[in-house]
Structures are given as structure tokens and as C-alpha cells.
Design a protein around this ligand. Structure first.
Ligand SMILES: [Zn+2]
Length: 388
């Protein structure tokens, strides 16, 4: 039971972090945006303020409601990515039964982001409560920018529900981010059973990133029916977020992920823009003094040009439309029921399989991907495949 003062305190916190506009129709759509999860990424914060103002003016015409939840308030006020730890990498902890307050004490100092994440979690719960956790009404999106120059793109955990919203936007779509980057807010929301996609608007400091974020929000409100755009504005928004000609607006998957221990000791070779094609063997970066070459051909993805973060760069490759269609069909088929008969595959519970990599078929990871499973490495011998 909560006391009155606790409720008051909660309300004050929520007011600073959560803004909303639009109309509360009985069964209207609810769009929830996260902005400023990284304190040096202000494009989404600026963009959502503009859209909220416009929606406040025309709120009576709205078909649903928009919520904007601000992420790392303290880091935003100081203009840095984070203060103690990355706010967008710690959400996995909420899915375990570990005591969050204890696991996060490093020495005698509790990271500021721990408190931020608890407040955001509370805000999410309050919004969901307002609408009786009606999954069909909610769409979540998390807005970011990158340290390198980039066109806009969408990141998503590969479920059919996520794909369905994401493909409406004329930008490249990157699948399977949750297997490479753990503990994101997006994965947390997906695991709660709601649709959620990430939008990356371009470089941190580019004015275009604000424009693209605004266009993305407006299109999302349009597609969900929260706020319909007139034809002219609809077309303009599409043009604003479109990728340049060199980058197809199709699906990509992450083939390689270069994790780094210490961003201070990592130096990306200058001049790479996001999505630039790279050939196997070309020099990409220096990490702790060693030259790092591209381990395979593809496109460079999210090269790190800032002294914070653990993701040095990734290499992505286009997924063929054939595999996407096939996987869409397979996910609704009977094939799941025969997985347990494959060699080296053991069913742990209705959602989870463990795969012994010494025994299993060569393409086991690809097969589980096609069927919509998230595949992570438990140890060198074992994959854990979890149905999204
Ligand atoms: Zn970010």
C-alpha cells in the first residue's frame, strides 16, 4: 500500500519525465515515445516537444494519445551520454529475479542511472495501467542518434508484430539487435509483450536529425491513427526520413559485432559513415593498439566516434526478401513442434530450446532465426534459443 506522500512524490517525478497530448478515446491507439535515453542525444527531445505542442493545439481532432517519456534527465542536463553507466544497457536486470538494488552497487556508489531506470519503469507501468494493459492499443518507439554521420534507420527485435510497423517507414531496417546489444529498453518492452521499435535519426549534432525525428513521430502518429497528416505533409515526412540512394530501405542483419572494453583505447579510422560498404580485410580501427580489419565484407554499422560506449562497430548485410517471406510463413506453422527432434536440440520449456553446438546441424542458428527465436550463446558449446 502506498501512502499519500509517496503518491505525491511519484506524481512530481512523473510530471517532470512524462508529457502527453491528444485525446483519450475508448479504444484509440496509444503511442509511447522514449527520448534522451542517452544524454548527448537531444534530437528526439527537441522533436517531440514540437509535435506535442502541435497536438495540444489540435487535440480535439486526435484519434488517440501520445506520451513522451524522457530518459536520462541528469545526463541530458550535463550533455553527456551517461553519468555512471549506460541507461540503455541495464534493462535485462528487470527480467531476472536478482535484487536490482544490490547488483547495481559498484563499490559504495550507486549509479545515477539505477534511479533513472526505476523512475522510467514506474512511468511505463502507470501509462500501461491507464489503459488496462491493452496490448493491441500500444506502440512504443525509442528515439536515438549516432556518433557517425548516418541516414535514418530503424532497429527492431525480429518479431512479426514489430516488422509490421517498421516496414511502413522508408528507411533501412536492422533486425536482431537484441542478440548483439543486451539490456536495451526496447527488449524490455518487447518482453513485456508490447510492440516496440527503435528509430535512429542520424548524427548527434546534425540539424537534420531533429527534422527526421519529427517526421518519424508524425508518420508514426499517422499510421497508428493518433494524428492524421494531410497528403502534402505525409509525403514531405516520407522524403525527410528517406535514406539516400546508396542505402536500400530493406532489411539488414548483424553479421559481426566488435565489442570493446575501453572506448578510450578504441580509435575508429576516420571517414566511415554508417552503412558504407566495406570489403573483407580493410583496416577499420585500432583497439588497444592492435589494428582491426573487417572480418567479412558487408556494410559498416554504427562505427563509434565518441569516447563512450562498448560497441566499436558492427558489420551488417542485407537479408533477402525470400528468407523474410519464408520466415513469416514458418513462424505460424507446425514446424515448431518438430524442433525437439533435431539432433542436439533439447526443449527446456515451451518457449526455450538449448542447442548443443557440437551435435547440432550446421545451420541451426539460421533455422531458429527463421522461426522467430532469439539466439544467444550460453557458453562455447551451447546456444539458448528463446521464442519472441
Ligand atoms: Zn542512443
Amino acid at each position: 500500500m502506498t501512502t499519500d506522500t509517496e503518491t505525491q512524490k511519484k506524481k512530481a517525478v512523473t510530471a517532470k519525465r512524462v508529457k502527453s497530448a491528444g485525446a483519450d478515446n475508448n479504444d484509440g491507439p496509444i503511442v509511447v515515445l522514449f527520448v534522451g535515453m542517452h544524454g548527448n542525444e537531444t534530437a528526439g527531445v527537441k522533436a517531440v516537444e514540437k509535435v506535442l505542442a502541435r497536438l495540444n493545439e489540435n487535440g480535439r481532432d486526435a484519434g488517440g494519445r501520445l506520451y513522451a517519456v524522457t530518459g536520462n534527465l541528469e545526463a541530458l542536463s550535463r550533455g553527456v551520454r551517461f553519468i555512471d553507466t549506460d541507461l540503455n544497457r541495464l534493462w535485462e536486470l528487470f527480467n531476472t529475479d536478482r535484487d536490482f538494488s544490490v547488483t547495481h552497487i559498484e563499490g559504495d556508489h550507486i549509479p545515477i542511472e539505477y534511479f533513472e531506470s526505476l523512475e522510467i519503469k514506474t512511468a511505463i507501468e502507470e501509462i500501461l495501467n491507464n489503459y488496462n494493459h491493452d496490448r493491441s492499443r500500444f506502440i512504443f518507439a525509442d528515439l536515438h542518434t549516432t556518433s557517425s554521420e548516418s541516414c535514418a534507420f530503424i532497429l527492431l527485435n525480429d518479431s512479426l508484430a514489430n516488422r509490421e510497423i517498421a516496414r511502413k517507414f522508408p528507411v533501412p531496417q536492422i533486425l536482431g539487435i537484441e542478440e548483439n546489444i543486451q539490456g536495451t529498453l526496447l527488449s524490455y518492452i518487447n518482453n513485456l509483450g508490447y510492440r516496440a521499435i527503435g528509430f535512429e535519426a542520424g548524427a548527434h549534432t546534425s540539424e537534420k536529425s531533429v527534422e527526421r525525428s519529427e517526421a518519424f513521430i508524425e508518420l508514426l502518429l499517422h499510421y497508428t491513427g493518433v494524428m492524421r497528416l494531410n497528403r502534402e505533409r505525409f509525403e514531405t515526412c516520407g522524403e525527410i526520413i528517406s535514406a539516400h540512394a546508396g542505402v536500400p530501405d530493406t532489411y539488414f542483419e548483424i553479421r559481426y559485432h566488435h565489442l570493446i572494453e575501453d572506448a578510450e583505447k578504441f580509435q575508429m579510422i576516420t571517414g566511415f559513415s554508417n552503412f558504407d560498404p566495406v570489403d573483407e580485410g580493410i583496416p577499420l580501427a585500432y583497439d588497444e593498439g592492435a589494428l582491426i580489419r573487417a572480418p567479412e565484407s558487408g556494410r559498416i554499422f554504427m562505427p563509434l566516434y565518441q569516447k563512450r560506449g562498448n560497441d566499436g562497430f558492427m558489420i551488417i548485410e542485407e537479408v533477402s526478401p525470400f528468407w523474410l517471406t519464408l520466415s513469416g510463413w514458418l513462424r505460424q506453422s507446425f514446424i515448431h513442434s518438430i524442433l525437439k527432434f533435431l539432433p542436439g536440440v533439447e526443449k527446456k520449456d515451451p518457449q526455450t530450446y538449448e542447442v548443443n553446438r557440437d551435435v547440432a546441424l550446421f545451420f541451426v542458428k539460421q533455422i531458429f532465426h527463421l522461426l522467430g527465436y532469439r539466439v544467444t550463446e550460453k557458453d562455447r558449446k551451447t546456444y539458448v534459443c528463446y521464442r519472441r
